[in-house]
Design a protein around this ligand. Structure first.
Ligand code: F6P
Length: 317
């Protein structure tokens, strides 16, 4: 099943789960709409042909949802009864931290085992170098930022571009470096508006005709509109515009990296279940498959690379 926010590469992963399961002689069921579908009994037996022609598609053929009902003991009990009825002993959950927290409680209560795959564009899970969908999302975002740069430069404007990341600045950091941004604003570091202004002023003084600031939507001082307003109050040299990239970052055909990552992690998750692993997330670290307990994957926030932060600053000179 896929659960939580969708991310490009989920279909490649579903394909790998189904085909690895069948290859190993397992019976495979797809659960639609995550835990919601588990509670509603929205299951169907999957054969190899169900996952034909999906490796290149964004979104998830299994659909996805965030489930309030699974947070209740009654919801989980109904889900368990549905699984039991279909003879399902273990499942692969492709999702984020909420998905894994739900699976942990579920295993404790009913003994149904789960191996997870980190499927989120935010790249904020501990236990994998990259989460599924991150690479596609940053490539989508960079395409938009490059286009914004063309118009920013033509009009001598300053743009505040908001990228996704409710709790994390990884998309902002990568696209900030790759897009040649003047600055990035992220939730992991304290946002000092005066310092941001001094950075922009430095560019202005050396006659930069335009500027781009990438803002992670979850910054503690607000999104791109709020940050733009705070900056404009004290620094109004440039004509300013705000652009919120939004959900386009979540869709689209997955990149080669995400297709391969989804395929590898899907296969690893099924093999993990067969080996008797439970409450672990399959991830990829230094090109190796690694299983990390859900508790560690969700508790330890991925650290922002300080050198990369410095890189944004130095290269914006
Ligand atoms: O998938 C993660 C994420 O993209 C966050 O960065 C964002 O805040 C959130 O999903 C928004 O998701 P939704 O619109 O589905 O609630």
């Amino acid at each position: 099943m896929t659960s939580g926010g969708d991310s490009p590469g989920m279909n490649a992963c579903i394909r790998a789960v189904v085909r690895t399961g069948l290859y190993n002689g397992l019976e495979v069921y797809g659960i639609r709409r995550g835990y919601e579908g588990m509670i509603d009994g929205d299951f169907f037996k999957m054969e190899s042909y169900h996952v034909s022609n999906i490796i290149q598609r964004g979104g998830t053929i299994l659909k996805t949802a965030r489930s309030q009902r699974f947070m209740t003991p009654e919801g989980r009990k109904t889900a368990f009864e549905n699984l039991k009825q279909h003879g399902i002993e273990g499942f692969v959950a492709i999702g984020g931290d909420g998905t894994f927290r739900g699976a942990t409680v579920f295993e404790k209560e009913f003994g149904i085992t789960c191996v997870g795959v980190a499927g989120t564009i935010d790249n904020d899970l501990f236990g994998t170098d990259f989460t599924l969908g991150f690479d596609t999302a940053i490539n989508t975002a960079i395409d938009a930022i490059d286009k914004i740069r063309d118009t920013a430069m033509s009009h001598n404007r300053m743009f505040f571009v908001e990228v996704m990341g409710r709790d994390a600045g990884f998309i902002a950091l990568s696209t900030g470096i790759a897009g040649g941004a003047e600055a990035i604003v992220i939730p992991e570091t304290e946002t000092n508006i005066d310092y941001l202004i001094s950075t922009l002023e430095r560019g202005w003084l050396r006659q930069k005709s335009s500027a781009i600031v990438i803002v992670a939507e979850g910054d503690e001082r607000g999104g791109a509109f709020e940050i733009a307003k705070l900056v404009k109050e004290k620094f109004d040299h440039y004509d300013t515009r705000v652009s919120v990239l939004g959900h386009i970052q979540r869709g689209g055909n997955p990149t080669v990296r995400d297709r391969i990552l989804g395929s590898r992690l899907g296969m690893a998750a099924v093999e993990g279940l067969i080996e008797g692993r439970k409450n672990v997330m399959a991830g990829q670290i230094n090109d190796e498959i690694v299983f990390t307990p859900f508790a560690n994957a969700t508790k330890h926030h991925m650290q922002i690379n300080k050198q990369m932060l410095q890189l944004v600053e130095i290269l914006a000179l």
